[in-house]
Design a protein around this ligand. Structure first.
Ligand code: AMP
Ligand code: GLY
Length: 429
Protein backbone atom coordinates (compact mmCIF):
# COMPACT_ATOMS: atom_id res chain seq x y z
CA UNK A 1 0.00 0.00 0.00
CA UNK A 2 2.47 2.59 1.13
CA UNK A 3 5.63 1.40 -0.56
CA UNK A 4 4.87 2.17 -4.20
CA UNK A 5 6.21 5.74 -4.34
CA UNK A 6 9.96 5.53 -4.73
CA UNK A 7 11.19 2.10 -3.71
CA UNK A 8 14.35 3.33 -2.01
CA UNK A 9 16.86 0.89 -0.61
CA UNK A 10 18.79 2.27 2.35
CA UNK A 11 21.77 0.84 4.24
CA UNK A 12 22.26 1.87 7.88
CA UNK A 13 25.75 1.27 9.29
CA UNK A 14 26.08 0.46 13.01
CA UNK A 15 24.90 -1.97 15.67
CA UNK A 16 23.37 -0.01 18.57
CA UNK A 17 20.11 1.43 19.85
CA UNK A 18 20.66 4.55 17.77
CA UNK A 19 20.80 2.52 14.57
CA UNK A 20 17.74 0.53 15.68
CA UNK A 21 15.81 3.81 16.06
CA UNK A 22 17.00 5.03 12.64
CA UNK A 23 15.93 1.74 10.99
CA UNK A 24 12.52 1.81 12.67
CA UNK A 25 11.88 5.38 11.57
CA UNK A 26 13.00 4.66 8.00
CA UNK A 27 10.50 1.79 7.87
CA UNK A 28 7.70 4.32 8.38
CA UNK A 29 8.79 6.20 5.25
CA UNK A 30 6.59 5.99 2.16
CA UNK A 31 9.74 6.33 0.08
CA UNK A 32 11.55 3.31 1.45
CA UNK A 33 11.22 -0.18 0.03
CA UNK A 34 13.87 -1.88 2.11
CA UNK A 35 16.21 -1.12 4.99
CA UNK A 36 19.49 -3.02 5.47
CA UNK A 37 21.68 -2.73 8.55
CA UNK A 38 25.38 -3.66 8.81
CA UNK A 39 26.13 -5.38 11.08
CA UNK A 40 23.06 -4.65 13.28
CA UNK A 41 21.98 -6.81 16.23
CA UNK A 42 19.30 -9.32 17.24
CA UNK A 43 16.62 -6.64 17.67
CA UNK A 44 17.43 -4.69 14.52
CA UNK A 45 16.85 -7.97 12.64
CA UNK A 46 13.10 -7.37 13.21
CA UNK A 47 13.23 -4.03 11.40
CA UNK A 48 15.94 -4.43 8.78
CA UNK A 49 17.73 -7.11 6.84
CA UNK A 50 21.05 -7.69 8.59
CA UNK A 51 24.23 -7.64 6.55
CA UNK A 52 27.21 -9.28 8.20
CA UNK A 53 29.84 -6.64 7.41
CA UNK A 54 31.80 -4.74 10.06
CA UNK A 55 31.41 -0.94 10.35
CA UNK A 56 35.11 -0.47 9.60
CA UNK A 57 35.17 -2.64 6.47
CA UNK A 58 34.63 0.26 4.07
CA UNK A 59 35.35 -1.72 0.90
CA UNK A 60 32.98 -4.49 1.98
CA UNK A 61 30.20 -2.01 2.74
CA UNK A 62 30.67 -0.10 -0.51
CA UNK A 63 30.76 -3.35 -2.52
CA UNK A 64 27.48 -4.36 -0.89
CA UNK A 65 25.90 -0.95 -1.61
CA UNK A 66 26.92 -1.20 -5.27
CA UNK A 67 25.77 -4.77 -5.66
CA UNK A 68 22.37 -4.13 -4.10
CA UNK A 69 21.77 -0.75 -5.79
CA UNK A 70 21.52 0.96 -2.42
CA UNK A 71 20.42 4.55 -3.03
CA UNK A 72 21.58 5.89 0.33
CA UNK A 73 23.88 4.78 3.16
CA UNK A 74 23.48 6.34 6.61
CA UNK A 75 26.42 6.15 9.03
CA UNK A 76 25.56 5.80 12.74
CA UNK A 77 28.76 5.58 14.84
CA UNK A 78 31.77 7.89 15.21
CA UNK A 79 34.60 5.45 14.46
CA UNK A 80 33.91 4.88 10.75
CA UNK A 81 33.20 8.62 10.32
CA UNK A 82 36.50 9.56 11.98
CA UNK A 83 38.30 7.03 9.77
CA UNK A 84 36.85 8.51 6.57
CA UNK A 85 34.02 6.18 5.51
CA UNK A 86 32.20 9.11 3.89
CA UNK A 87 35.25 10.13 1.84
CA UNK A 88 35.58 6.50 0.71
CA UNK A 89 31.92 6.17 -0.34
CA UNK A 90 32.08 9.49 -2.17
CA UNK A 91 35.20 8.43 -4.05
CA UNK A 92 33.25 5.42 -5.25
CA UNK A 93 30.34 7.61 -6.30
CA UNK A 94 27.93 6.30 -3.63
CA UNK A 95 25.40 8.51 -1.82
CA UNK A 96 26.16 8.63 1.90
CA UNK A 97 24.78 10.63 4.84
CA UNK A 98 27.40 11.86 7.31
CA UNK A 99 30.42 14.17 7.58
CA UNK A 100 33.70 13.41 5.83
CA UNK A 101 36.86 12.68 7.83
CA UNK A 102 37.93 16.30 8.07
CA UNK A 103 34.51 17.49 9.27
CA UNK A 104 34.22 14.56 11.71
CA UNK A 105 37.18 16.07 13.59
CA UNK A 106 34.56 18.10 15.39
CA UNK A 107 34.16 14.94 17.47
CA UNK A 108 37.33 12.93 16.84
CA UNK A 109 39.63 15.66 18.17
CA UNK A 110 38.54 17.55 21.27
CA UNK A 111 41.39 20.05 20.77
CA UNK A 112 40.17 20.75 17.22
CA UNK A 113 36.66 21.43 18.58
CA UNK A 114 37.95 23.61 21.43
CA UNK A 115 40.23 25.65 19.15
CA UNK A 116 37.34 26.17 16.72
CA UNK A 117 35.09 27.38 19.53
CA UNK A 118 37.76 29.75 20.82
CA UNK A 119 38.51 31.18 17.38
CA UNK A 120 34.82 31.76 16.56
CA UNK A 121 33.72 32.78 20.06
CA UNK A 122 31.34 29.89 20.55
CA UNK A 123 30.53 29.68 24.28
CA UNK A 124 32.36 26.83 26.02
CA UNK A 125 34.44 26.15 29.13
CA UNK A 126 37.86 27.86 29.20
CA UNK A 127 40.66 25.35 28.60
CA UNK A 128 44.25 24.50 27.75
CA UNK A 129 45.78 21.62 25.76
CA UNK A 130 48.73 19.57 27.07
CA UNK A 131 51.05 16.79 26.01
CA UNK A 132 53.66 17.29 28.77
CA UNK A 133 52.91 15.88 32.21
CA UNK A 134 54.73 18.55 34.27
CA UNK A 135 53.06 21.42 32.41
CA UNK A 136 49.62 19.86 32.80
CA UNK A 137 50.25 19.24 36.50
CA UNK A 138 51.27 22.85 37.07
CA UNK A 139 48.10 24.05 35.31
CA UNK A 140 45.89 21.81 37.45
CA UNK A 141 47.58 22.89 40.68
CA UNK A 142 47.26 26.53 39.68
CA UNK A 143 43.54 26.28 38.81
CA UNK A 144 42.51 23.81 41.55
CA UNK A 145 39.40 21.61 41.66
CA UNK A 146 36.74 21.08 40.45
CA UNK A 147 38.37 20.71 37.06
CA UNK A 148 37.73 18.52 33.98
CA UNK A 149 40.24 16.36 32.07
CA UNK A 150 39.48 15.01 28.60
CA UNK A 151 41.44 12.65 26.37
CA UNK A 152 41.86 14.37 23.01
CA UNK A 153 40.82 11.42 20.84
CA UNK A 154 37.88 9.01 20.72
CA UNK A 155 37.53 6.94 23.92
CA UNK A 156 33.97 5.54 23.66
CA UNK A 157 32.58 8.24 25.97
CA UNK A 158 34.92 7.20 28.77
CA UNK A 159 37.78 9.65 28.25
CA UNK A 160 36.41 12.37 30.54
CA UNK A 161 37.13 12.83 34.25
CA UNK A 162 35.17 15.44 36.15
CA UNK A 163 37.51 15.80 39.14
CA UNK A 164 35.91 17.27 42.25
CA UNK A 165 39.21 17.22 44.21
CA UNK A 166 42.82 18.05 43.33
CA UNK A 167 43.84 14.51 44.23
CA UNK A 168 41.35 13.03 41.75
CA UNK A 169 42.54 15.41 39.03
CA UNK A 170 46.20 14.52 39.54
CA UNK A 171 45.55 10.80 39.58
CA UNK A 172 43.48 11.05 36.36
CA UNK A 173 46.31 13.06 34.81
CA UNK A 174 48.82 10.37 35.71
CA UNK A 175 46.57 7.66 34.27
CA UNK A 176 46.07 9.47 30.99
CA UNK A 177 49.44 11.09 30.23
CA UNK A 178 51.89 8.79 32.01
CA UNK A 179 50.10 5.43 31.89
CA UNK A 180 48.43 6.05 28.49
CA UNK A 181 45.11 4.75 29.78
CA UNK A 182 43.40 5.43 26.45
CA UNK A 183 46.49 4.80 24.32
CA UNK A 184 47.03 7.31 21.53
CA UNK A 185 43.68 8.99 22.32
CA UNK A 186 45.04 10.28 25.65
CA UNK A 187 48.56 11.25 24.59
CA UNK A 188 47.09 14.74 24.26
CA UNK A 189 44.76 16.21 26.90
CA UNK A 190 42.24 19.02 27.11
CA UNK A 191 41.96 20.38 30.64
CA UNK A 192 39.00 22.66 31.16
CA UNK A 193 36.91 24.72 33.52
CA UNK A 194 34.13 22.92 35.41
CA UNK A 195 30.70 24.13 34.28
CA UNK A 196 27.72 24.14 36.57
CA UNK A 197 24.11 24.02 35.43
CA UNK A 198 21.48 21.91 33.71
CA UNK A 199 22.79 19.62 30.96
CA UNK A 200 20.87 18.95 27.75
CA UNK A 201 21.45 17.58 24.29
CA UNK A 202 20.54 19.26 21.05
CA UNK A 203 20.98 17.62 17.66
CA UNK A 204 20.59 19.28 14.27
CA UNK A 205 20.71 18.27 10.65
CA UNK A 206 23.47 20.34 9.08
CA UNK A 207 24.35 21.10 5.47
CA UNK A 208 27.15 23.66 5.11
CA UNK A 209 25.99 26.80 6.91
CA UNK A 210 22.39 25.59 7.17
CA UNK A 211 21.24 24.21 10.53
CA UNK A 212 17.91 22.42 11.09
CA UNK A 213 17.47 21.69 14.80
CA UNK A 214 15.70 18.69 16.24
CA UNK A 215 13.91 18.78 19.60
CA UNK A 216 16.00 18.87 22.80
CA UNK A 217 16.60 15.83 25.01
CA UNK A 218 18.25 15.02 28.32
CA UNK A 219 20.54 12.05 28.90
CA UNK A 220 21.49 10.43 32.24
CA UNK A 221 25.20 9.61 32.12
CA UNK A 222 25.82 8.22 35.60
CA UNK A 223 25.26 4.53 36.26
CA UNK A 224 23.06 4.75 39.37
CA UNK A 225 20.00 6.57 40.72
CA UNK A 226 20.46 10.15 41.89
CA UNK A 227 23.24 10.69 39.30
CA UNK A 228 25.63 8.62 41.40
CA UNK A 229 28.33 6.21 40.28
CA UNK A 230 30.63 6.13 37.26
CA UNK A 231 29.99 7.77 33.88
CA UNK A 232 28.46 5.50 31.23
CA UNK A 233 27.43 5.75 27.60
CA UNK A 234 23.96 6.88 28.88
CA UNK A 235 21.39 5.12 31.10
CA UNK A 236 18.21 6.73 29.81
CA UNK A 237 16.87 9.85 28.14
CA UNK A 238 13.74 11.82 27.46
CA UNK A 239 12.40 14.55 25.22
CA UNK A 240 11.19 17.30 25.56
CA UNK A 241 13.10 18.84 28.50
CA UNK A 242 10.27 20.87 30.06
CA UNK A 243 12.34 22.55 32.77
CA UNK A 244 14.59 24.33 30.27
CA UNK A 245 13.68 27.94 29.43
CA UNK A 246 11.32 28.06 26.45
CA UNK A 247 13.66 29.90 24.12
CA UNK A 248 16.74 27.82 24.94
CA UNK A 249 16.71 25.80 21.72
CA UNK A 250 16.55 28.97 19.65
CA UNK A 251 19.36 30.55 21.68
CA UNK A 252 21.50 27.41 21.43
CA UNK A 253 21.01 27.30 17.66
CA UNK A 254 21.82 31.01 17.28
CA UNK A 255 24.82 31.13 19.62
CA UNK A 256 26.30 27.65 19.23
CA UNK A 257 25.10 25.44 16.37
CA UNK A 258 24.89 28.04 13.60
CA UNK A 259 28.24 29.65 14.44
CA UNK A 260 29.73 26.14 14.56
CA UNK A 261 28.40 25.22 11.10
CA UNK A 262 29.64 28.56 9.70
CA UNK A 263 33.04 28.08 11.32
CA UNK A 264 33.40 24.64 9.73
CA UNK A 265 32.73 26.17 6.30
CA UNK A 266 35.28 28.95 6.95
CA UNK A 267 37.86 26.40 8.06
CA UNK A 268 37.47 24.53 4.78
CA UNK A 269 35.66 21.52 6.22
CA UNK A 270 31.93 22.09 5.64
CA UNK A 271 29.78 19.68 7.61
CA UNK A 272 27.04 17.47 6.17
CA UNK A 273 25.13 15.21 8.55
CA UNK A 274 24.03 15.54 12.16
CA UNK A 275 25.82 17.67 14.72
CA UNK A 276 25.10 16.68 18.30
CA UNK A 277 25.78 19.39 20.89
CA UNK A 278 26.13 18.42 24.55
CA UNK A 279 25.23 21.68 26.27
CA UNK A 280 25.12 23.18 29.75
CA UNK A 281 22.55 25.83 30.68
CA UNK A 282 24.77 28.00 32.91
CA UNK A 283 24.04 31.32 34.63
CA UNK A 284 25.74 33.00 31.65
CA UNK A 285 23.60 31.12 29.12
CA UNK A 286 24.16 27.94 27.12
CA UNK A 287 27.75 26.65 26.88
CA UNK A 288 29.15 23.77 24.84
CA UNK A 289 30.43 20.67 26.64
CA UNK A 290 31.08 18.67 23.50
CA UNK A 291 30.23 18.24 19.85
CA UNK A 292 29.61 14.87 18.25
CA UNK A 293 29.56 14.38 14.50
CA UNK A 294 26.55 12.03 14.47
CA UNK A 295 23.22 11.16 16.10
CA UNK A 296 23.52 10.74 19.90
CA UNK A 297 22.86 7.53 21.76
CA UNK A 298 20.48 7.19 23.65
CA UNK A 299 19.02 10.59 22.63
CA UNK A 300 18.08 9.39 19.14
CA UNK A 301 15.81 6.71 20.62
CA UNK A 302 13.66 9.41 22.27
CA UNK A 303 13.96 12.13 19.62
CA UNK A 304 13.29 10.28 16.34
CA UNK A 305 9.99 8.74 17.57
CA UNK A 306 8.75 12.33 17.95
CA UNK A 307 9.52 13.13 14.30
CA UNK A 308 6.34 13.30 12.27
CA UNK A 309 8.11 14.03 8.99
CA UNK A 310 9.55 11.37 6.70
CA UNK A 311 13.14 10.67 7.81
CA UNK A 312 14.24 9.31 4.42
CA UNK A 313 12.99 12.52 2.80
CA UNK A 314 14.88 14.54 5.41
CA UNK A 315 18.16 12.72 4.59
CA UNK A 316 17.63 13.19 0.85
CA UNK A 317 16.75 16.88 1.22
CA UNK A 318 19.76 17.63 3.41
CA UNK A 319 22.08 15.88 0.95
CA UNK A 320 20.51 17.78 -1.96
CA UNK A 321 20.95 21.13 -0.18
CA UNK A 322 17.17 21.63 0.18
CA UNK A 323 15.39 22.70 3.37
CA UNK A 324 13.99 19.54 4.99
CA UNK A 325 10.58 19.56 6.61
CA UNK A 326 10.84 18.79 10.32
CA UNK A 327 7.51 18.43 12.09
CA UNK A 328 7.49 17.17 15.67
CA UNK A 329 4.79 15.46 17.71
CA UNK A 330 3.67 17.22 20.89
CA UNK A 331 4.03 14.05 22.94
CA UNK A 332 6.88 13.23 25.32
CA UNK A 333 9.06 10.14 24.88
CA UNK A 334 11.11 8.60 27.69
CA UNK A 335 13.53 5.68 27.48
CA UNK A 336 15.25 3.58 30.14
CA UNK A 337 18.35 1.46 29.48
CA UNK A 338 18.55 -2.13 30.69
CA UNK A 339 22.23 -2.74 31.49
CA UNK A 340 24.29 -5.80 32.39
CA UNK A 341 25.09 -6.14 36.10
CA UNK A 342 28.57 -4.67 36.60
CA UNK A 343 28.44 -2.19 33.69
CA UNK A 344 30.36 0.11 33.08
CA UNK A 345 32.93 -2.18 34.71
CA UNK A 346 33.25 -5.84 33.75
CA UNK A 347 30.08 -7.86 33.12
CA UNK A 348 28.93 -11.17 31.70
CA UNK A 349 27.73 -11.62 28.14
CA UNK A 350 25.39 -14.24 26.72
CA UNK A 351 22.80 -14.03 29.51
CA UNK A 352 19.26 -14.78 28.22
CA UNK A 353 16.85 -11.84 28.65
CA UNK A 354 13.43 -12.89 29.92
CA UNK A 355 10.20 -10.94 29.53
CA UNK A 356 10.79 -9.22 26.20
CA UNK A 357 7.72 -10.83 24.63
CA UNK A 358 5.50 -9.35 27.34
CA UNK A 359 6.36 -5.76 26.49
CA UNK A 360 3.36 -4.34 24.66
CA UNK A 361 2.88 -0.65 25.27
CA UNK A 362 6.47 0.43 24.64
CA UNK A 363 9.16 0.14 21.99
CA UNK A 364 12.33 -1.86 22.62
CA UNK A 365 15.53 -0.60 20.98
CA UNK A 366 18.26 -3.20 21.09
CA UNK A 367 21.88 -2.18 21.70
CA UNK A 368 23.94 -5.15 22.88
CA UNK A 369 21.89 -8.26 22.08
CA UNK A 370 22.52 -11.46 20.17
CA UNK A 371 20.32 -14.42 19.26
CA UNK A 372 21.62 -17.70 20.65
CA UNK A 373 21.66 -20.89 18.59
CA UNK A 374 18.49 -21.95 20.36
CA UNK A 375 16.82 -18.70 19.34
CA UNK A 376 16.85 -16.86 22.67
CA UNK A 377 17.70 -13.15 22.81
CA UNK A 378 20.82 -12.82 25.00
CA UNK A 379 22.92 -9.94 26.28
CA UNK A 380 25.98 -9.06 24.22
CA UNK A 381 27.13 -5.78 25.76
CA UNK A 382 27.00 -3.45 28.78
CA UNK A 383 24.05 -1.44 27.59
CA UNK A 384 21.69 -4.17 26.43
CA UNK A 385 18.56 -2.38 25.25
CA UNK A 386 16.36 0.65 25.87
CA UNK A 387 12.62 0.60 26.49
CA UNK A 388 10.83 3.77 25.35
CA UNK A 389 7.24 4.88 25.72
CA UNK A 390 5.36 8.00 24.77
CA UNK A 391 2.82 9.98 26.75
CA UNK A 392 1.15 13.34 27.01
CA UNK A 393 3.85 14.47 29.47
CA UNK A 394 7.28 13.28 30.62
CA UNK A 395 5.57 11.96 33.75
CA UNK A 396 3.01 9.94 31.79
CA UNK A 397 5.74 8.50 29.55
CA UNK A 398 7.84 7.67 32.61
CA UNK A 399 4.99 5.80 34.31
CA UNK A 400 4.33 3.83 31.18
CA UNK A 401 8.00 2.84 30.71
CA UNK A 402 8.42 1.70 34.30
CA UNK A 403 5.23 -0.38 34.14
CA UNK A 404 6.82 -2.22 31.21
CA UNK A 405 10.36 -2.33 32.69
CA UNK A 406 9.02 -4.38 35.63
CA UNK A 407 8.60 -7.26 33.17
CA UNK A 408 12.36 -7.21 32.66
CA UNK A 409 13.27 -7.41 36.39
CA UNK A 410 15.68 -10.35 36.66
CA UNK A 411 19.11 -11.28 37.99
CA UNK A 412 22.07 -10.24 35.85
CA UNK A 413 20.62 -6.90 34.77
CA UNK A 414 19.86 -3.49 36.27
CA UNK A 415 18.31 -0.17 35.29
CA UNK A 416 17.92 3.28 36.80
CA UNK A 417 14.58 3.96 38.48
CA UNK A 418 14.73 7.74 38.21
CA UNK A 419 14.96 8.58 34.51
CA UNK A 420 13.07 11.85 34.00
CA UNK A 421 12.93 12.70 37.71
CA UNK A 422 14.54 16.12 37.23
CA UNK A 423 11.87 17.17 34.73
CA UNK A 424 9.01 15.89 36.84
CA UNK A 425 10.18 17.41 40.15
CA UNK A 426 10.35 20.86 38.57
CA UNK A 427 7.09 20.34 36.72
CA UNK A 428 5.02 19.81 39.81
CA UNK A 429 6.39 22.79 41.80
P1 AMP B 1 31.63 14.24 27.44
O1 AMP B 1 32.12 12.86 27.10
O2 AMP B 1 32.52 15.33 26.94
O3 AMP B 1 30.18 14.42 27.10
O4 AMP B 1 31.67 14.34 29.02
C1 AMP B 1 30.99 13.41 29.81
C2 AMP B 1 30.24 14.12 30.88
O5 AMP B 1 31.16 14.82 31.74
C3 AMP B 1 29.31 15.19 30.37
O6 AMP B 1 28.08 14.69 30.00
C4 AMP B 1 29.20 16.11 31.56
O7 AMP B 1 28.24 15.63 32.48
C5 AMP B 1 30.56 16.02 32.19
N1 AMP B 1 31.38 17.16 31.76
C6 AMP B 1 32.16 17.24 30.66
N2 AMP B 1 32.77 18.44 30.59
C7 AMP B 1 32.35 19.16 31.65
C8 AMP B 1 32.62 20.48 32.15
N3 AMP B 1 33.46 21.31 31.54
N4 AMP B 1 32.00 20.85 33.28
C9 AMP B 1 31.17 20.02 33.94
N5 AMP B 1 30.88 18.78 33.54
C10 AMP B 1 31.46 18.34 32.41
N1 GLY C 1 24.67 10.63 24.44
C1 GLY C 1 25.88 11.22 24.00
C2 GLY C 1 26.53 10.55 22.86
O1 GLY C 1 25.91 9.98 22.00
O2 GLY C 1 27.75 10.62 22.78
Amino acid sequence: MRKEVAGLKILVVGRGGREHAICKKLNESVLVEKVFCAPGNAGIAEDAELVNIDEMDFAGLADFAERQDIELTVIGPENPLAAGIVDYFQQRGLAVFGPNRKAAQLESSKSFAKELMKKYQIPTASYAVFEEYEEAKAYIVQHGAPIVLKADGLAAGKGVTVAMTLEEALSALEEMLLNQKFGEASSKLVIEEYLQGEEYSLMAFVQGEKVYPMVAAQDHKRAYDGDKGPNTGGMGAYSPVPHLPADIVEQSVREILEPCAKAMVKEGCPFTGVIFAGLMMTKQGPKTIEFNARFGDPETQVVLPRLESDLAQVFLDVLAGKDPQLKWKEEAVLGVVLASEGYPGSYQKGVPIKGLDEIEQATVYHAGTIRSEKGAICSDGGRVLLVAASGASVEAAQQQVYREMKKLDQPGFFYRKDIGARAIARFSF
